[in-house]
Design a protein around this ligand. Structure first.
Ligand SMILES: *Cc1c(COP(=O)(O)O)cnc(C)c1O
Length: 366
């Protein structure tokens, strides 16, 4: 039995032709025509005015904090229910994370966000909000709260490329946004990220830092320190081919969700991650919560038939790394973590193939 993976790469078929073009031009280098084309394609799709292709979304978040001038001792609010790549950059900058729990949307709670801003002794400089599993957070409330408090809003749209909120693309609503093209995301360049913003100055500055902060001289001149964070031209060629099929991938991810939702409608204890009003998520992963069955039992039963599934992200405020970090949490995401499962959501498999998954769930759950 072939293994069913959580979210494996799904090539469009054009990638190798574009890579061949890279080889013909001999730009086997960071930077080259495909990096520009990839940035243009992300801009065209998302309507983000400016975009910067990078080695990862984590690098994008790091650059976002750096260009906003966030550094040692500054407070940065962040979704607690997320992957650590969301928040590592806060530590890289010597800043201090403050975690905000989720509400019934599974994403960041605007109420707890307000409470945090009111109760903290010091004004936070920014919020990094995650759009979990491709589903958009309550951005109208969240951005209004940030605007009123004078806090920069950074969208971690690593999982939500192509998701829409009130007619606008996730990642383009805050001050800065990042998309990931890591191997398990909805599209992949094998590894990569894109930073977007409507502020050209920030994107130019991020570009400068991402290429070792080299000053514009003939010789190598440096006034500041930077990073080596740019995307390679070879990987950007993969990205151009992947962007061409983003609509198809979103359609199929949503069909996979609909399939699970329909097939499992008779299993009373299951609740799926919701889609908030006015939004259209990309359903990167179909995720659910079990009211009774221990998720480990389900994950092990799926493993027996060679199906990959996972627990939900363990919230940041429950991580040993952050045991002394400040958190505004009411137990919501911790409970979701204890009861949740990510189902395999590959775009290249048929519904018939996914019946191997639903049969196990029907057998194990109540
Ligand atoms: C994958 C992911 C990241 C990190 O993306 P990379 O491109 O691997 O650095 C950050 N945040 C979230 C929510 C993610 O899922």
């Amino acid at each position: 039995m072939n293994r069913i993976f959580l979210s494996p790469p799904h090539m469009s078929g054009r990638e190798q032709a574009y890579i061949a073009e890279v080889f013909e031009s001999n730009y086997i280098a960071p930077l080259g025509a495909f990096v520009d084309r990839f940035e243009e394609s992300v801009k065209a799709y998302t309507q983000a005015p400016h975009a910067l292709a990078l080695s990862s979304a984590t690098a994008g978040l790091h650059l976002a904090l750096r260009v906003l001038g966030i550094g040692a001792g500054d407070l940065v609010l962040a979704s607690s229910f997320t992957f650590i790549g969301s928040v590592n950059a806060i530590l890289y900058q010597g800043a201090v994370p403050v975690f905000i729990d989720s509400d019934e949307s599974w994403n960041l709670s605007p109420l707890l966000l307000k409470e945090a801003i009111q109760k903290l002794d010091k004004k936070p400089k920014a919020l990094i909000v995650t759009h979990l599993y491709g589903q958009v957070a309550k951005l109208d409330e969240i951005s209004a709260i940030c605007k009123e408090a004078g806090i920069y809003l950074i969208e971690d749209a690593a999982e939500s490329l192509g998701a829409i909120y009130q007619g606008r693309q996730s990642g383009t609503i805050g001050d800065l946004g990042v998309y990931s093209f890591n191997g398990n995301k909805i599209l992949t360049t094998s590894g990569g990220g894109v930073l977007v913003s409507s502020n050209l100055e920030w994107i130019e500055k991020a570009k400068f830092y991402s290429t070792q902060a080299r000053e514009p001289y003939l010789h190598y001149e440096h006034q500041e320190y930077g990073y080596n964070y740019r995307m390679s031209n070879v990987l950007a060629a993969i990205g151009v081919a992947q962007m061409e099929v983003l609509d198809e991938r979103i359609r199929r991810k949503r069909e996979v969700f609909d399939f699970y939702h329909r097939e499992l409608s008779g299993v009373d204890e299951i609740t799926f991650m919701p889609e908030i009003k006015g939004s259209h998520g990309n359903r990167w992963l179909t995720t659910l919560i079990l009211a009774k069955t221990n998720p480990t039992l389900l994950i092990e039963a799926l493993e027996k038939v060679n199906v990959e599934s996972r627990p939900l992200w363990k919230p940041m405020h429950c991580q040993p790394l952050f045991h002394s970090a400040l958190a505004f949490a009411d137990g919501t995401s911790e409970q979701m973590f204890l009861q949740g499962v990510c189902l395999p959501s590959p775009t290249a498999l048929s519904n018939e193939a996914l019946e191997r998954v639903t049969e196990v769930i029907k057998a194990v759950c109540q």
